[in-house]
Structure formats: structure tokens, C-alpha cells
Design a protein around this ligand. Structure first.
Ligand code: ATP
Ligand code: MG
Length: 725
């Protein structure tokens, strides 16, 4: 109460002595010693604190000297007795001690009563006040006795309830024990199916034909199982372990088809083009044919999405006549996912590799490990280290999965890994594999793949008859150009699938059965075009330069934008560019400043203005030195206020002295330019040899300017730079 007044106070109270004050956090404790009962007469002051006038009350006495004396003596005895019993109920070990300490040590019987009132559990404040105010000894004792008996019956009731529940529990436990005994008796009488179960597993294990060492280990495990109750949780764990052991293909192999001609025809049947890749695959198979004991090389197929890595793996398996199993390692952090968890671990399982082999059902499958570039690593261990061991021919003959905990021979497995990029794969792992790079397809290759593989497949999927899914050339080209933009053919296949399904419905509803698909039909079938123009941006403003980038999903055209800002802003860079790219912007600026005269750029303008460089298109990972000449061209254009041609694109690293150095991913980049409708590219001279990797038709259509100095590039890119003389 914030402001207590007279009306909030009781008439009877106690004069106390403050014996101690303890200050705690946010609160204080005051310890009082009661001295004498008083009656409040008047408030003398209520300024800072209340001051009151009072009269002392005569203390009650246990001696009354009249005919009630006998009753009082009995009451007192009853109360003390009950209080002692209560104390024992609350704490049945120390009850007596507590009673003696708090009550027994007091001489004055009335004080004893007040003290009992104080320490007795759960007497309400109102009752306590009433006891304090009572003027008759007999009344006080009667009220006290009533309160204590009430308390004791409550405590007794609680204990009875608690005992009841405990009994219920005891009953349950007893039943549990009885049931277990019953089970043991049944087992002894052979009424359980435990033995039968074990016999069955034994039989399976015998058929699995385990290596000798493993067999010994397993015999021990079988004995352990026989000793267990089939109902125990451990029994199931041990049983599923033995089941796995029995299911693993310890000695099951398929016979390889090593006929190279057959292999060649299978590869050709499944995939268009990819000649050099197929060549390398056949070489690997030839080695296996000449020396069947030779360790198969581990192939690593690298390339953008949808170029056929996974399906090539399947095709290799088919060519060799082997079983194929595929597992994705993308996002896998935990080494235990590859090698399994120890069996002591709750919910333990074998790792992915062993599961793959088990699914394949043979010891020599083609195992495809997809997305090894997306392996993570953290505190749970580095899965790439485990992978290294799995792929190492010297170690994988005795591969030990944590769960299986027996050596299993993986040396006959033909491993194929795939990745979108070699970046992020540990060097040591890359060295262990034979890397085959698949690059993207040109428009014509895509059309060919569509004609031979994708359209027939989608036609069958949709249940269309021959001749009813006939896409004319122009329409197919338009689908490739305007509805997809990718290095591979996955989106293309999906789009063709959509057309096929729409077509099937149309044919059913309209009862037509033969009709070609023309360009005009596409809007109806696929909706508006996704990529409006074949071209990149048109009519570039000064400061914008088209560059070529290489990404995991193939090549891409990207535009570098530069614009002059206030002098104080110096160099501002936006668009989430990596460190190397930021540095190449600074190097480009320094180079342009140094060569301002040759480039016909006003050096004073460079000195007197800041520059802001931005690279839009968030999805493109923007780092690496290969945008050097693009950056410099954008800067030159911004400083000169002359625009860059919109029909070209460029790539090349730039040194501080103006040299153009070779860069990677040329084929992908040129294909991307071609895809975007750009027909003129500026490339480093040293990359010339890689132009031969381009499909003939693309190479014929492209104009290529090879440069080894930046001035030569910028002259082509910004035709107006040189003042007309
Ligand atoms: N050269 C080709 N000839 C015939 N079909 C091809 C060719 N290249 C790709 N395809 C087809 O394209 C589809 C996508 O290929 P696939 O799934 O193998 O791509 P991927 O390289 O594994 O892609 P990701 O990196 O996304 O896994 C498959 O249906 C495949 O058969
Ligand atoms: Mg794949």
C-alpha cells in the first residue's frame, strides 16, 4: 500500500524492536522482535512516517484461578501435543528437533502459543490477527486448537492421497515384472518365435557368402542375438544390422561387356555430339578390357546444369553392362553420412556409399556421386577427406563403414563423380580423378538434341502418335531462343514436355490428329515469350560496356556500368563484386589515367571526378580477373562520354601496363554471346587456340577480334573514341 492511513490499521498490534535490517537486490528484510501487545489510541503524526499514541495491554496469563483453569490446562496440553505431531508430519525425521528448537525452548506458555501460531503452516493472516486481539486465555487456546486440528487433518489427507498414487504405481511395476517373467517362461517352453527368427537370419547370412574374417565377427554377433529377448529394444538393432550384412553383395558381381564397338554404339545412341568425351570414356573402357585387374579410373564429369552429366553416367553403365546407382552429395556436411554412424549411436545407419552398393545389389556397380562440388564441411568432419579415402584405389579395397564395422571391398566399383565447377573441390581430390569437361551446347546442337532425343521422349511421355507432335524448324529455333536461355537442355526438355501435354489435350478435345506446330502456335501453347529479344541491350549509353562472364550454369553476357560522380566520392563500387574484381577496377582506372593521352581522354576530368562502377544481374558470381578489359572499356566510355557498340562483347584480364592476358571459359562465353544474338567478340590473343573448341557453325558466324593490348580492344569497342582527323 503506497499511502496507508488510520483506517488501514488494526486496533491491536505489537510493539517491536528492529533487530536487523538486510538490504537485498531491490528489497529489504527487516527482522523484528515482538515486545508487548498494545492498543492503538491515536495517530499523532502521519508526515514522514506514522507516529501513534498507544496503551499497553495486560499480558494474558495461563493461570486464571477460577473454574476454567482445568479446561485451560487440558487445552494447552492438547495444543502442544498436536503441534509436536504436526511438526513430525511435516518433517518425519527432524520433527521433534524442530519442535524443541522453536517451541520447547520458550518458557512462557502464552508466548509458546503465539510462536506456534507464527510457525504453524498455513494459518491465515486474519486468524493470526484475531489471535493477537483475543483478551481471554480460554478463547485463544480454543481458537488455536481448532486451527491446528484443521491443519493436521489437511496434511493427513494429502498424505493419504500421495500414498494412494504410490500404490497405483507399485501395482503397475508389479505387473511389468510379472509380464517379463511370463515371457521368460514362454521362451523356456519354446513358445516364442525367437529361435525361428534367428534361424532365418542365419540362413540369409549363409547365402551371402561372407569373407572369412567377416563371418567370424558375424558368428559372434549371432550368439549375442540368441541370448537376447526378442522383445528387447537391442534385439531389433542387432537384427537389422545382421540383415544389412546379409543383404550386402559381398560376392555378387555382374559380367562386364567390354566390347568397344558395342560401347560406342550405346554412347551414341543415348547422346548427341560430345565426341571427345565419348572418346575418353572408350579409352577408359579399353584399359579395363586389356587388364581386367587394373583399377578403373575415376571419371569426373564437370559442366553446367542440364548438359547431360547424369545421363552420360547412366549411359556408361549401360555400355559396360553394369548396374547404376546415383547419390547426390550436395549439401552433405557430415562425414558420417558417407561412412555411417557407429552402431552404438541411437538410430545409426550405414553411410550413403554402402547404401548405394546395397541398393545396386552387386559389388561392381557404376556409382555416380553427384554434385561433389557442393560438399560442405564443418565441425562434424570433412566429408571430402572421407571421399578421398573412398576413391583411393589403395584404400578402398578395405573400406570400413562405421556402422558395418567390417572391411568391404569397393575396389571393383566404377566411380563417376559430377560437378558444375572444379572450384571448391580440394586439389588432392581433383588429382585423383580423370576430369572430363562438358561445355554448353550451341543453338544448333540443342536443336539436334531436341529432334533426336527430347521430342521423341516427350512425345512418348504424352502418349502422342507419330506425326502428331511435329514441330517445324522455325518454331523449334524460336523455342530455344525465346523461351529458354541456358547452357544445357533441361529447360528445353521441360518446355517441350509442356507443349506435348498441351498438344495431347488439344487433340483429344478437337478431334484432330495431324497438325504441325508453327511459330504462330507458340504463344497459344507456351504463353508470351520469356526472352523478348535475341539481342543483348541496344543503344548503350556512355559508360556501359558488355562483358562475358563464366558461371557454374554456363556463360553469360553481363553489362558493366560506370558513371562519373563528385570528386570527393573517389571510387564507388556496387553490385557485390569480389575482391579481385574490385582491384581490377582500380587498376583499370590507373591505367586509363596513365594512358589518357593515347586514349584521347581528358586526364583532368579523371582527376576532378569520382567514379561509380556497378555490375547488375545479381545471379552472376562476380569475381575473377576476366572482366578487366570490360571494366576499363566502361571507364573509358564514361570519361570520354562516347558510347560502346551494342553488338559486341568482350573478355580479358588487363594488366597495369595495358596488356590483355588470357582467361578461362572461352567456349562457354562465346556460346553465351551467340545465344544472346551478339556476333562479335573481343578476346585475348592468347586464347586463340580455344576457338577450335567451338562448334563449326558458331565459329563461322562469329566475328572475333583477338587483342594483346587494351588500346586495340577499346578502338574496336568505342569507334568514336579517336577524333576524326
Ligand atoms: N548430348 C545430349 N544428347 C541427348 N540428350 C542429352 C544430351 N545432353 C543432355 N541431354 C538430356 O538432357 C537432360 C538433362 O541432362 P542431365 O540430367 O544428365 O544433366 P546434368 O548435366 O546431370 O545436369 P545437372 O548438373 O543439373 O545435374 C537429360 O534428359 C539428358 O538425357
Ligand atoms: Mg545431374
Amino acid at each position: 500500500m503506497d499511502e496507508p492511513g488510520r483506517e488501514d490499521l488494526h486496533d491491536i498490534g505489537t510493539i517491536c524492536k528492529i533487530t536487523r535490517v538486510e538490504h537485498g537486490e531491490g528489497s529489504s528484510h527487516v527482522i523484528l522482535q515482538g515486545l508487548v501487545r498494545v492498543r492503538l489510541r491515536d495517530l499523532v503524526s502521519d508526515k514522514e512516517y506514522m507516529i501513534a499514541a498507544y496503551e499497553e495491554l495486560e499480558a494474558l496469563s495461563i493461570k486464571v484461578d477460577d473454574d476454567t483453569q482445568a479446561r485451560i490446562d487440558v487445552l494447552l496440553e492438547e495444543i502442544l501435543d498436536l503441534a509436536k505431531r504436526l511438526s513430525n508430519m511435516v518433517d518425519n525425521e527432524n520433527g521433534d528437533k524442530i519442535f524443541d528448537q522453536f517451541i520447547g525452548s520458550i518458557d512462557n506458555p502464552i508466548t509458546k502459543i503465539y510462536r506456534i501460531a507464527h510457525v504453524a503452516p498455513e494459518i491465515e493472516l486474519a486468524d493470526l490477527q484475531k489471535m493477537l486481539a483475543i483478551e481471554s486465555t480460554q478463547e485463544l487456546l480454543e481458537l488455536m486448537l481448532a486451527k491446528l486440528s484443521h491443519q493436521s487433518s489437511i496434511i493427513q489427507l494429502r498424505q493419504e492421497i500421495a500414498d494412494q498414487t504410490r500404490e497405483d504405481l507399485d501395482q503397475q511395476q508389479r505387473e511389468h515384472v510379472l509380464r517379463q517373467q511370463k515371457r521368460a517362461i514362454e521362451q523356456a517352453l519354446g513358445e516364442e518365435d525367437g529361435d525361428e527368427d534367428i534361424a532365418e537370419i542365419k540362413d540369409q547370412l549363409r547365402q551371402a557368402n561372407l569373407p572369412e574374417i567377416a563371418q567370424k565377427e558375424i558368428d559372434r554377433e549371432l550368439k549375442r542375438l540368441a541370448r537376447m529377448s526378442p522383445n528387447a529394444a537391442d534385439y531389433q538393432v542387432a537384427r537389422s544390422y545382421l540383415e544389412l550384412v546379409a543383404e550386402l553383395p559381398w560376392n555378387v558381381v555382374t559380367e562386364d561387356t567390354l566390347d568397344l564397338e558395342h560401347a560406342q554404339s550405346v554412347l551414341d545412341e543415348d547422346h548427341y555430339g560430345l565426341d571427345d568425351i565419348k572418346e575418353r570414356i572408350l579409352e577408359s573402357l579399353a584399359v579395363l578390357q586389356l587388364n581386367p585387374d587394373a583399377r578403373a579410373s575415376i571419371l569426373c564429369l564437370v559442366g553446367p546444369p542440364g548438359v547431360g552429366k547424369t545421363s552420360l553416367g547412366q549411359s556408361i553403365a549401360r555400355a559396360m553392362g553394369r548396374k547404376f546407382e546415383r547419390m547426390s552429395l550436395g549439401g552433405l556436411h557430415d562425414e558420417a553420412e558417407l561412412r555411417g554412424h557407429r552402431r552404438t549411436y541411437i538410430g545409426a545407419m550405414p553411410g550413403r556409399i554402402l547404401q548405394g552398393v546395397r541398393r545396386a545389389g552387386v559389388r561392381n556397380p557404376v556409382l555416380m556421386l553427384d554434385e561433389i562440388d557442393k560438399l560442405g564441411h564443418d565441425f562434424r568432419g570433412d566429408p571430402s577427406a572421407a571421399l578421398m579415402e573412398i576413391l583411393d584405389p589403395a584404400q578402398n579395397k578395405e573400406f570400413r563403414d562405421n556402422y558395418l564395422n567390417l572391411a568391404f571391398d569397393l575396389s571393383k566399383v566404377f566411380f563417376i563423380t559430377t560437378a558444375n565447377t572444379l572450384e571448391g573441390i580440394p586439389r588432392a581430390l581433383v588429382d585423383r580423378m580423370e576430369v572430363l569437361e562438358l561445355t554448353g551446347y550451341s543453338e544448333l546442337e540443342k536443336a539436334e538434341i531436341a529432334r533426336r532425343y527430347l521430342i521423341p521422349r516427350q512425345k512418348d511421355n504424352a502418349g502422342l502418335k507419330d506425326g502428331s507432335f511435329d514441330i517445324v524448324d522455325d518454331a523449334l529455333r524460336r523455342i530455344i531462343r525465346r523461351y529458354t536461355r541456358e547452357a544445357g537442355v533441361r529447360e528445353l526438355e521441360r518446355t517441350l514436355g509442356r507443349i506435348a501435354r498441351k498438344r495431347a489435350r488439344q487433340l483429344l478435345q478437337e478431334n484432330r490428329d495431324q497438325d504441325q506446330i508453327h511459330e504462330e502456335d507458340l504463344n497459344d501453347l507456351l504463353g508470351p515469350e520469356k526472352f523478348k529479344s535475341d539481342k543483348g541491350r541496344e543503344n548503350l549509353t556512355a559508360g556501359v560496356a558488355p562483358g562475358l562472364a563464366w558461371t557454374e550454369s554456363g556463360g553469360d553476357v553481363l553489362y558493366v556500368e560506370a558513371s562519373l560522380t563528385h570528386k570527393d566520392d573517389k571510387v564507388t563500387i556496387t553490385g557485390h563484386l569480389g575482391q579481385v574484381m574490385q582491384e581490377s577496377i582500380k587498376a583499370a582506372r590507373s591505367y586509363i589515367w596513365a594512358s589518357a593521352e593515347e586514349l584521347h581522354i581528358d586526364r583532368k576530368l579523371i582527376e576532378d571526378s569520382g567514379i561509380h562502377v556497378h555490375v547488375p544481374a545479381g545471379a552472376v558470381p562476380k569475381d575473377g580477373p576476366s572482366a578487366g578489359i570490360t571494366m576499363a572499356t566502361a571507364l573509358a566510355s564514361a570519361y570520354s562520354n562516347k558510347h560502346v557498340r551494342d553488338d559486341i562483347a568482350m573478355t580479358g584480364e588487363l594488366t597495369l601496363s595495358g596488356l590483355v592476358l588470357p582467361v578461362g571459359g572461352i567456349r562457354e562465353k562465346v556460346l553465351a554471346a551467340h545465344r544472346t544474338g551478339i556476333r562479335h567478340v573481343i578476346l585475348p590473343k592468347e586464347n586463340e587456340a580455344e576457338l577450335f573448341k567451338l562448334p563449326d557453325l558458331v565459329r563461322e558466324e562469329m566475328e572475333v577480334t583477338l587483342v594483346d593490348r587494351f588500346e586495340d580492344a577499346v578502338k574496336v569497342a568505342i569507334p568514336d573514341l579517336e577524333p576524326e582527323s
